[in-house]
Design a binder for this molecule. Sequence first.
Ligand code: PLP
Length: 399
Amino acid sequence: SSWWGHVEPAPKDPILGVTEAFLADPSPDKVNVGVGAYRDDNGKPVVLECVREAERRIAGTLNMEYLPMGGSVKMIEETLKLAYGEDSEFIKDKRIAAVQALSGTGACRLFADFQKRFLPDSQIYIPIPTWANHHNIWRDARVPQRTLRYYHPESKGLDFASMMDDIRNAPNGSFFLLHACAHNPTGVDPSEEQWREISYQFKVKNHFPFFDMAYQGFASGDPERDAKAIRIFLEDGHPIGCAQSYAKNMGLYGQRIGCLSILCEDEMQAVAVKSQLQQLARPMYSNPPVHGALIVSTILGDTELKNLWLKEVKGMADRIIGMRKALRENLEKLGSPLSWEHITNQIGMFCYSGLTPEQVDRLTSEFHIYMTRNGRISMAGVTTGNIGYLANAIHEVTT
Ligand code: PLP
């Protein structure tokens, strides 16, 4: 008899599967627009100059002691300013319970566990589609999931009417997961006006908004602008939750550095909530890793380095916006009878192209172009060098 004989292999992660297939393809023409990580115009991973400089400044100055259970105080202080605003009254009033988290994923998971522990009968509404891991996170936290209609396949834009219906029809006091900006996988965000309506309806229904902000700065190029949805909810007096990540906007993917925050009614409540978040983290990993937190606090705590970071985030966002424009123009120049307006209407790292699974299969088998079968193109994988080839292949499989 075997201890683990009953253990079946877990299903393959669809995104990691795409990368594996790409790596195994010997074709010199191959293109990977599957991964959700930024690449430069040569298709290479990027380490930001502000990060390199922060590492130089840190080098040799550190000991390797544990961080406090809640993580780096300085990193959290700077991180809250990005989400809640430099002069936020909530920060001054110490109303925010915040802990360092294992990037955006860890922040979401900690919140889901907190939700389950203190409101065990609650559910969460999740936009359809969403980052696939959201479903795994709330499933493993044993919080039942409900669907929030979000994407409109015909317009390849927001299904605002259905979204508002779902918000109105949810039981009062429901939890909702919202992407703060640059929705993954669709690249479709509500407009400012729509966010205001959403916030208003949340108020009427007494819903709780949990913002996953994995791409602050990556949508517009300006972190302040990308925090607009959150600021609207704050202005309207909502208690919110927020997951922040430095994976994309500082290129710190493997450092696993992020933050979970919950805006509370007063300082006393925030102290209690923070202590419970720490209590949840303790039996899982005791305390978070130190290196990424130091990089972040070094950059954001120094005016010169922060300005360099802002310039570099804008550089990444601008390259992606430029590639969107170029991809659309290339398709139009090829005489495609289809509308490709959504490529430039959508925002952030991903373009939800509308390509069918069969068309994606053809792109892969005939053109060595790799992406997930839902037609999601990672714009970060598009470069001056491959855009003509990519546009031509898309044209071939769609006409
Ligand atoms: N949330 C969304 C919407 C994402 O797209 C991602 C990454 O792809 C994350 C969270 C988490 O990323 P990380 O855990 O690397 O910060």
